[in-house]
Design a protein around this ligand. Structure first.
Ligand code: CTP
Ligand code: MG
Length: 231
């Protein structure tokens, strides 16, 4: 089953404290976002890649895309104030297609197997998201005093990719903007339309490069993926 992937890449990486878009930071010999792009370039089921970028970074990003022969990049959309705005700009730019995957450019270690299962599930159910079971004990607190220990068996840490049929995610994105609703992921936009969203179990390797120590972890994951012949 073929799909189009939308990659929001227009953030500023404040929590990384690098004074620039963290996606341009290098892991070994190339910027973070290229590792993400290479996964989709190499997946035969991926038909097209669309990136949301800041206007002032479009040129540098496009230069890397050319240099590393990421031929599936079909276009760029202008990034917005919030991640949700950046994703919507891409969704409005892409031609109609079967399944759309939304994936943070800042998650370079996504596995091919998870992508394939997400696309299949989205085709069957309309909406599917990558997630992993919560590892730690989670408690609720009020002013630092525990009020409840939440049943961990029902909790998932949500990642991207999130996969949807084109019509569903476009409808959900439009409804959110009309209602002034800001979500922290695409699934929330679909949930509020009362459409079921299916979890696809992902891997703990699929971390988002967010804070400086993630880069240390990221290099270790990359080394192990190279050793296992996945890169
Ligand atoms: N993103 C985007 N447009 C925005 C904000 C974020 O396209 N207005 C993208 C980022 O480039 C990243 C992904 O969304 O690939 C996930 O966002 P996050 O990890 O929060 O990245 P930043 O917003 O760049 O980081 P921070 O929140 O620390 O500033
Ligand atoms: Mg952010």
């Amino acid at each position: 089953m073929n799909y189009t992937v939308v990659l929001p890449a227009a953030g500023s990486g404040k929590r990384m404290k690098a004074n620039k878009n963290k996606l341009l930071l290098e892991l070994f010999d190339k910027p973070i976002f290229l590792y993400t792009l290479e996964v989709f370039q190499q997946d035969p089921a991926c038909e097209a890649i669309w990136l949301a970028v800041k206007e002032e970074e479009r040129q540098i990003i496009d230069q890397y895309v050319t240099k590393y022969k990421i031929t599936k990049v079909h276009g760029y959309a202008d990034g917005g104030m919030e991640r949700q705005d950046s994703v919507r700009a891409c969704l409005e730019a892409i031609p109609p297609c079967g399944v759309v995957l939304v994936h943070d450019a800042a998650r370079p270690f996504i596995s091919q197997d998870v992508i394939t299962r997400l696309v299949e599930t989205a085709k069957a159910c309309g909406a599917a998201i990558a997630a992993v079971p919560v590892k730690d004990t989670i408690k609720k607190a009020d002013n630092g005093i525990i009020t409840e220990t939440v049943d961990r068996n029902a909790l998932w840490m949500v990642q991207t990719p999130q996969a949807f049929t084109y019509e569903l995610i476009l409808k959900a994105a439009k409804a959110a903007v009309e209602d002034g609703f800001l979500g922290t992921d695409e699934a929330m936009l679909v949930e509020r339309l009362n459409h079921p969203v299916q979890i696809v179990e992902s891997t703990y390797e699929n971390v988002k490069m967010t804070t400086p120590e993630d880069l240390i972890y990221g290099k270790a994951i990359l080394e192990s993926q190279i050793q296992e012949g996945q890169r």
